[in-house]
Design a protein around this ligand. Sequence first.
Ligand code: PLP
Length: 461
Amino acid sequence: MDLTNAQMRDIETLIHPYTNLDAFRQTGPVVMERGEGIHVWDTNGKQYIEGLSGLWCTSLGYNEQELVDAAMEQFRTLPFTHTFAGKSHERAIELAEMLKEIAPHDASKVLFCGSGSEANDQQIKLVWYYNNALGRTAKKKIISRKRAYHGVTVATASLTGLPANQMDFDLPIDRIHHVNCPFAYREAEPGETDDQFTDRLAIELDEYIQREGPDTVAAFIAEPIQGAGGVLLPAEGYFPKIQKVLNKYDVYLIADEVICGFGRTGEMFGSQTFDMKPDTISVAKALSSAYLPIGAITVGEDMYQAMLDESRKIGVFGHGFTYTAHPVCAAVAIKTLEIYKKRNIVGHVQSVAPVFEGRFAKLADHPLVGDARAKGLIGAVEIVADKSTKRAFDASLKVGAACQAFAESEGLITRALGGDIVALCPPLIIKEDEINEVFDRLERALDATEHWVTKEGLRSA
Ligand SMILES: Cc1ncc(COP(=O)(O)O)c(C=O)c1O
């Protein structure tokens, strides 16, 4: 394959995240050039539907002029100022007020940052800080779940429960543990009902905390829907049962709303869709429709009081990034939240979700699809070699990646996750006819994958 000049320059200069760096040297990148609505175009002029909203984030699509104008206005007025050491600015204050108002728990304050990883990193630091303030110096362990995705900093890659994020990075760090996740298709025993399965997970968690010692377990972190781990919808009734266990042992619940926040699941937050009652949330991505990097965590009054105590003791709250509450990012986030409200984006997701979920349900009949799952405007198909036994293809065959490539040649960007799971998470502004077009293309990609698998005899490989 002939590589273009841009592709060759890329290969010689850039390190690409989540890429097989060696194989990439042969293929080179797809270089993107522009976007509009739910579409993006590459430098060859090929148009794609951005079926994953970039990285689960461009909720308002690719040419939202109001966001551009909000950024430009702030650039002209005050392109940078900060919130360290007693300084502030109106955009930070306004955005914090807006987040407090919509948060799915009693939020007292907001602490900004630049990304989802930083948000969850801050969560860990605050949990440790809090327990030190309360004199509970042993209560520091944080429980995450297998297949979780919470980021890639040293601490948040430790929370993440995916092997590639930890292997040979010498992770996870101490005090971070992983329990089973509520993924019924793969984790429930044969014949086990959702109720039995979630009872079992709650009992396992209870026993785990007892074994570790309740006085050593500080927090539990969970995405309402586990995104990068495979778009895993929690089995019915899971969170209320887990919550009961956490309450019993005074364990703080962190909801990682980095993907699910701001309408994705058909409510403003995934916590509301799945009956989670978090003590705090982490947000990023759709907070600014990804037009600029910004994240945040909410802080309850208890936590805030503990932070005041520590500040009195130490003399300062010793944390913060240069770009904490960056004014241009904050201005774009304010405008994003205004648009969600003004255009009733949550109502729009509710109105189109039946089409999205219905087309996913139909995919379950496809010969390659073992499981098709969706909620709101996020979903995935799990490709299997044998539907009746749920047998997966050998990972080295990269069947999911092949399906992703066939989808791309059909003009649809999807994301093949580990375990041959192909995910969709389109911009929230997507219309009904566009959803149908997404699925027509995905069906053709699945048919092409089936044809290739059969021709190459991969089911028996
Ligand atoms: C649920 C969740 N949490 C945290 C993160 C990390 O966010 P970032 O990539 O902005 O650091 C992600 C990224 O995909 C995510 O999906």
